[in-house]
Ligand binder design. Structure first.
Ligand code: ADP
Length: 631
């Protein structure tokens, strides 16, 4: 095939164009990051080759000294970044560079607002990778050949970043990838040896393979001497150093490398575990939730190394799902190097590493909760909802996770009440932790079930997140105290209620026996029981679920999700002190009695955020009663 024949011009995906445009404009003040992103990719390519070569030595093609080279050419105004890593074949180039396949990208585009200032903030959370080259370059050439591939089957990709790229087959003798940036007008500051070295040391010192540049004074007498390169970075895996050898900046830059996140991390834990299962972990909490936090299969954020050799970032056994937002590395000394990714899933040692890592992370969260309340607050805001899944998924650590939970309550709208705080504020005679679940915080807050608790000044946790119904199903006790839904079962306030009050309710109960019987008839089929309420002070009636079985919130969530099952029937509770109930008691007209009862029932459904069966009939009945009232 002639060169002209094999060259094709292809269009970027529409989203790439949008991304390029946004990136060039919003990252302009931070343009030196292009070098970090390209070096980061080169280092990943070296990691991948090293892993594949474990089972196929020949991929090294006789050269196992992995390295990255950064060069510049003042005359032609170019910078090149070259690696001898895994490389790419033609299909891979087309797929990787020109489309955006990374998970989370869709969410990224969904969250764009069109407002450049806001969107610039977002791109800072995203990690821009290869495309960051176009911040400083108006033409980028990438030449690559896969390790173990045919030298005649190299690929050249080239683009001006304006919507199109070309692909052609070239001869490339060395495996790996070489990227040439043709600098934009005015970017000549990067054509200096010291400038590039400074950027590399600042952003990429932690890269574990050597990053080489020509010797400093090379150039003046280049005709006389052969070209000599020297290593610019410290070229050792950052996590293997001891803590006091690592600066804050190095920790931060390493986070940005492993997470593809341009923002600073919130907190980290770096620790070495000794014994017969030795490993080192360096794990970070990001400062914001990643875009794919709610994906069913998000990309895993923790990379597994075995004795500094990258193995995989796809071991879902490495972190439980509820810690899927954690980023970093775990490096094991004890796992066999030639372990296959499949076998890894079954490995007992890995299980132990995982449970050790989870403990370290819980320790980190506890440390924030106890010593850095502001950081803990933002941790909870970003990841609290996900951490709650741990109560359901991680039985062994349930108590520790429960201690970290934060809720809204009748004392505060923000999720900041821990179960320990709650217990510390319990009233004398109170022996339960009271909560209510609803579809939202405001629905919980306005629930009639709260009336008696407000009157008695007893705090109630307000649970309005979707996951809360599951959470409370799995957390029935904390520190010996029962968690009690205030919308479930016969309310027993225990010592919070005085004997006198109990007697009062029992005695009015007798007065209401007859009307209760009539209400049961009027609501035939809709309720499992009708009784006098202890909970209400202002509302005429409310619905309560049976002591056991599903909560009404949970039923609604499952039905919304399309699950079909017979509804459980609620208990209808009436407030004997409410004038409308008094009126009902004395109502002789049967139709009016039935209408008023149905209205009270539907109102109770509405007040817990539910949907009534027949809204038109409800409105009709209500209007006819209003008309009688006006007459
Ligand atoms: P990311 O690195 O976040 O996946 P990039 O846009 O930077 O996103 O790169 C896209 C993909 O292109 C990478 O995932 C990798 O598969 C491939 N790639 C980029 N640079 C190189 C390189 N130097 N060597 C081999 N593959 C590369």
């Amino acid at each position: 095939m002639s060169v002209a024949e094999n060259k094709v011009t292809l269009g970027f995906e529409a989203e790439v164009k949008q991304l390029l445009h946004l990136m060039i404009h919003s990252l302009y003040s931070n343009k030196e990051i292009f070098l970090r992103e390209l070096i980061s990719n080169a280092s990943d390519a070296a990691d991948k080759l090293r892993f594949n070569a474990l089972s196929n030595e020949s991929l090294y093609e006789g050269d196992s000294q992995l390295k990255i080279r950064v060069d510049f050419d003042k005359e032609n105004r170019t910078i090149t970044i070259e690696d001898n890593g895994i490389g790419m074949n033609r299909d891979e180039v087309r797929e990787n560079i020109g489309t955006i396949a990374r998970s989370g990208t869709r969410h990224f585009f969904e969250s764009l607002t069109g407002d450049e200032t806001k969107d610039s903030q977002l791109i800072g959370q995203f990690g821009v990778g290869f495309y960051s080259s176009f911040i400083v370059a108006d033409r980028v050439t990438l030449e690559t050949r896969e390790a173990g591939g045919d030298p005649e089957e190299g690929v050249r990709w080239e683009s001006k970043g304006e919507g199109e790229f070309t692909l052609e087959t070239i001869q490339k003798l060395d495996r790996g990838t070489k990227i040439t940036l043709h600098l934009r007008e005015g970017e000549d500051e990067f054509l200096e040896n010291w400038k590039l070295r400074t950027i590399i040391r600042k952003f990429s010192d932690h890269i574990s393979i050597p990053i080489e540049m020509k010797k400093e004074n090379y150039g003046e007498d280049k005709d006389e001497k052969p070209v000599e390169y020297e290593t610019v970075n410290s070229a050792s895996a950052l996590w293997t150093k001891s803590k006091d050898e690592i600066s804050e900046e190095q920790y931060t830059e390493f986070f940005k490398h492993v997470s593809h996140d341009l923002k600073e991390p919130l907190a980290r834990v770096h620790s070495r575990v000794e014994g017969n299962n030795e490993y080192t972990l360096l794990l970070y909490i990001p400062s914001h939730a990643p875009f794919d936090l709610w994906d069913r299969d998000p990309k895993h954020g923790v990379k597994l190394y075995v004795r500094k050799v990258f193995i995989t970032d796809d071991a879902d056994k490495l972190m439980p799902r509820y810690l899927r937002f954690i980023r970093g590395v775990i490096d094991s000394d004890s796992l066999p190097l030639n372990i296959s990714r499949e076998l890894l899933q079954e490995n007992k040692l890995l299980e132990k590493i995982r449970s050790g890592a989870v403990k370290k992370l819980l320790g980190l969260f506890e440390d924030l909760a106890n010593n850095e309340p502001e950081k803990f607050k933002s941790f909870w805001k970003e990841f609290g909802q996900v951490l709650k899944e741990g109560i359901i998924d991680d039985y062994k650590n349930k108590d520790r996770i429960a201690k970290l939970l934060r809720f809204s309550s009748t004392e505060t709208d923000t999720q900041e009440v821990g179960l320990d705080d709650y217990i510390g504020r319990m009233k004398e005679g109170q022996d339960k932790i009271y909560y209510i679940t609803a579809d939202s915080l405001s629905a919980a807050k306005n629930s009639p079930h709260l009336e008696i608790f407000r009157k008695k000044g007893v705090e109630v946790l307000l649970l309005g997140d979707r996951i809360d119904s599951w959470l409370t199903d799995h957390l029935s006790d904390y520190e010996g105290k029962h968690l009690q839904s205030i919308a479930r079962g016969d309310l027993d306030l225990g010592k919070l209620e005085e004997e006198k009050e109990k007697e009062e309710i029992n005695s009015v109960g007798k007065d209401f026996e007859e009307v209760i019987g009539k209400i049961k008839q009027a609501l035939d089929g809709k309720v499992s029981d009708v009784r006098i309420s202890h909970r209400l002070t202002e509302s005429p009636a409310c619905l309560v679920s049976e002591a056991y079985g599903m909560s009404r919130t949970m039923e609604r969530i499952l039905k919304e999700a399309g699950q079909n099952f017979p509804s459980s029937k609620p208990v209808f509770e009436i407030n004997p002190n409410h004038p409308l109930i008094g009126k009902l008691k004395n109502e002789a007209d049967e139709t009016r009695f039935a209408d008023l009862t149905l209205i009270l029932f539907d109102q109770a459904v509405l007040s817990e955020g539910g949907q009534i069966d027949d809204p038109a009939a409800f409105v009709h009945k209500l209007n006819s009663l209003l008309q009688q009232f006006m007459a």
